[in-house]
Design a protein around this ligand. Structure first.
Ligand SMILES: Nc1nc2c(c(=O)[nH]1)N[C@H]1C(S)=C(S)[C@@H](COP(=O)(O)O)O[C@H]1N2
Ligand SMILES: [Mo]
Length: 217
């Protein structure tokens, strides 16, 4: 475990009691307090832990919502208020600045895996002065995640097309998926079809099923 993660955990344990008290003083819920603190830390450039490339393994194929139909004529639809809707081909996405990173994919079910990813930071497709939230959906709109803008623009938040040096398989989200190591696996949406920047908090598949909307680590 590297020191970044350890200090996250230490904060989690020692911080829990303090958060209860402080959140009462500020008259906000402990969860909202947590979210504010995390957003502050991310805003100040906090990075999720990275690992040596040879630690990377293939993660379990987990969650197939939105992956049923075959992908034909895929393109990425990008919408933002006051801006004309854009459609990008996979070639156009791959022409954006390329980043590789080895990070941990953590599922709320209790497993995690170190994975090496290749993609482009989502921030490269964000409009200037983007509103507060981002919604990502599969082409069939059956799986969808909502993100706060700070997490979406975080440098380790990638639109990825390779896993461990190989093109993504359909089960892992081909042709393009989100990798967001500052969030749990549920937010790492596979087979992204559309991205919408919006001022309202977007709906979220797992938040609708009782999980935390923010789902940060
Ligand atoms: N489209 C889609 N993306 C998804 C899911 C899903 O059901 N459908 N499940 C999520 C969950 S819960 C996890 S843990 C990760 C798992 O990614 P992997 O299958 O590449 O390991 O995908 C996430 N992205
Ligand atoms: Mo998961």
């Amino acid at each position: 475990m590297n020191s970044n993660r350890r200090s996250f955990l230490k904060f989690g344990l020692a911080g829990a009691a303090v958060i209860g008290g402080l959140s009462q003083l500020l008259k906000i819920s402990p969860h909202e307090f947590n979210e504010r603190v995390t957003r502050k830390l991310l805003g100040e450039g906090r990075l999720a832990p990275t690992f040596a490339r040879d630690k990377a393994r293939e993660p379990k194929e987990n969650g197939g919502v939105g992956l049923d139909e075959e992908v034909v004529d895929w393109n990425l639809k990008i919408e933002a208020p006051g801006v004309a809707t854009r459609n990008m081909s996979i070639q156009e996405v791959k022409a954006l600045p390329r980043v590789e990173m080895t990070t941990e994919l953590m599922c709320v079910e209790g497993w995690s895996e170190v994975v090496h990813w290749t993609g482009t930071p989502l921030r490269h497709i964000a409009p200037p002065n983007a509103p507060e939230y981002v919604s990502l959906m599969t082409p069939d709109e059956s799986y969808y995640v909502g993100l706060d803008l700070e997490s979406a623009l975080h440098p380790q938040t990638l639109l990825a097309w390779e896993m461990n040096g190989q093109p993504l398989t359909p089960e892992h989200g081909a042709p393009l998926r989100l990798v967001i190591p500052v969030k749990y696996g549920i937010k790492n949406i596979k087979r992204v079809g559309s991205i919408r920047f919006s001022p309202e908090r977007p709906k979220d598949y797992w938040a609708e099923r009782g999980y935390d909307w923010y789902a940060g680590l």
